[in-house]
Design a protein around this ligand. Structure first.
Ligand code: SF4
Length: 542
């Protein structure tokens, strides 16, 4: 980092003054200097979940990408067919490097496939429903899946193909579960809309359809974990050691049957609040499953989350089991922290990723003494930044109204309150929050920058002004950042490394970051635009 970090207010001015006035006014509301909460506990207000300013390069994906790629992508045995052009299908094809472990070698795993109807101009003019039916029949003949999902892309919505009618017909014809998602790319301001649509669809068509209770006394669902680089495998290992049964993960290492039985769990543990709070809320309403926020990124965060789960069940056997596992796992973690902290302490990071990663990864950096000086989400809403306290004050705009809000009521047969009102109150009094999330700002330093939907221009200015020791984002930013001579870590696919969740994942992350921020290779990077002009060479070439 530069010896003197700029004042955050100056950074904001420098960043925004490059925009035309209208765009500058809007961006100024999306760039916030973090401050302590006011007397009523409210943080500075940030503009978010709003359309990206035309003309800038954004990090965001579309609604279809959020539905098909993020939520459905890591489910190994739901065959998803993209109804649309080949480009959309390719765009959502396993680029996040989700992993899965089918129970046997011959068990279905469709994750390596990308199936699409390959819409052409003719289909746009005359409609693509026939083609979709044909594609579903063909896919069924080849794979014989237990469920097929149809994901709509922009042209499908524009020409009005009724994918839900096709799904109903095919469900009857094939005798398997077929359901569709109206997740056309334009359906919202970002991939966040697609997450909402996907959660609604899975909730309506799959959850609650199998009543066979899984074995185990302490049964939970993990929500918002996508098994990037094998994160879920490490979390599953830890939960198993503690004696906690994972009924279902939405959606890392996930399967259709797990979703179908998710209503049999006794607690929902939510990792990525933004992508999946919809599922947590709806399963609580319909089946009576409470939810708590957890974080398995960071060793201390993992220990804290395990303790929260044990506290919820309140059984000494589980509480002791969790303490034993923490006591056994932590010495290895502390040994690595002690070793590398002298090399990483005081260094700085910036994180501009997804819906929770820009928050959760700050834990890992803190553990090795690094500070996060700027962070923000690609598709966060105000509550993700400021906490759920602001939910009643969020204005519902036309884009949000575009997404169906399901009317959910307690199921007459399957609703079963997991705890009495008194038990929940007693747990709250002990400090266990239900349905709460404090947001990113509460965990960031005063004076740090919180930036929603960061643009490419802003990324470059931040790098020039702060020279952070590491920058975390996605593939679209990777090479530009590296050409500035700054180490860049992708937190969407981990650069083929990981897992980084849990205790062992934390150790792997510490070592990776130590290697990245202490290598000298970046000092030798000279981007082409920084080279001296060579008029002689140009003259000879012309
Ligand atoms: S925005 Fe529309 S056309 Fe583009 S990838 Fe998404 S669904 Fe396809």
């Amino acid at each position: 980092m530069a010896s003197e970090a700029p004042r955050p207010e100056d950074t904001k001015r420098v960043i925004t003054e490059a925009y035309p006035s209208k765009a500058a006014r809007k961006r100024a509301k999306q760039i916030v200097v973090n401050a302590p909460p006011d007397t009523e506990g409210f943080r500075p207000q940030i503009l978010s979940n709003t359309r990206t300013t035309p003309g800038v390069i954004t990090q965001r994906g579309c609604s279809y990408a959020g539905c098909k790629g993020v939520i459905l992508g890591p489910v190994r045995d739901i065959l998803t067919i993209t109804h649309g052009p080949v480009g959309c299908g390719f765009y959502s094809w396993l680029t996040r490097r989700n992993q899965t472990r089918p129970p046997s070698e011959d068990a279905p795993n469709y994750m390596p496939y990308a199936l699409m109807t390959d819409m052409q101009e003719n289909d746009i003019v005359f409609g693509g429903e026939k083609k979709l039916r044909k594609a579903i029949r063909e896919a069924y003949e080849i794979f014989r899946p237990k469920a097929i999902a149809i994901a709509a892309t922009c042209p499908v919505g524009l020409i009005g193909d009724d994918i839900h009618a096709v799904a109903r017909d095919m469900k009857e014809e094939l005798g398997i579960n077929v359901f569709a998602f109206s997740c056309e790319g334009y359906k919202g301001v970002s991939q966040s809309a697609g997450h909402h649509i996907a959660n609604n669809g899975i909730f309506q068509h799959v959850v609650g359809t199998q009543d066979e209770p899984p074995e185990g006394r302490f049964r939970i669902n993990l929500l918002g974990e996508y098994n990037i680089g094998g994160d879920a495998f490490e979390i599953e290992r830890i939960l198993e050691r503690c004696g906690i049964t994972l009924v279902s993960t939405f959606s890392g290492n996930a399967s259709y049957d797990q979703f179908a039985r998710a209503h049999m769990a006794d607690l929902n543990a939510v990792m990525c609040h933004r992508s999946i709070n919809y599922m947590a809320e709806m399963t609580e309403e319909k089946y009576g499953i409470p939810w708590i926020k957890v974080n398995f990124i960071g060793a201390e965060a993992t220990a804290k989350s395990l303790r929260k789960i044990a506290q919820y069940f309140g059984v000494p056997e589980l509480i002791d089991g969790v303490e034993r596992v923490i006591a056994e796992e932590m010495p290895a973690v502390r040994a690595v922290i002690d070793e590398i902290r002298p090399r990483t302490g005081g260094k700085t990071a910036m994180l501009f990723v997804g819906g929770s990663r820009a928050h959760h990864y700050q834990e890992l950096f803190r553990e090795i003494g690094m500070r996060t000086v700027a962070a923000g989400y690609e598709f966060g809403h105000r509550d993700d930044y400021e906490g759920r306290k602001v939910l009643p004050f969020i204005k519902v705009d036309a884009d949000s109204r575009n997404i169906e809000e399901l009317d959910v009521e307690p199921d007459p047969e399957q609703y079963r309150p997991r705890k009495t009102a008194d038990e929940l109150e007693a747990l709250r009094a002990q400090g266990l929050d239900f349905g709460e999330y404090e947001g990113l700002m509460a965990d960031m330093e005063v004076g740090s920058l919180v930036i929603d939907d960061i643009t490419h221009h802003e990324t470059e200015r931040l790098i020039e002004l702060y020279r952070p020791d590491v920058f975390c984002a996605g593939i679209k930013e990777k090479y530009v950042i590296q050409k500035h001579g700054i180490p860049m870590k992708q937190l969407h696919n981990y650069d083929y490394h990981g897992p980084y969740a849990g205790f062992r994942g934390a150790i792997r992350f510490y070592r990776e970051i130590d290697r990245m921020v202490n290598t000298r290779i970046w000092r030798h990077v000279t981007p082409p635009w920084a080279e001296k002009p060579q008029p002689e060479v140009l003259r000879q070439a012309s």
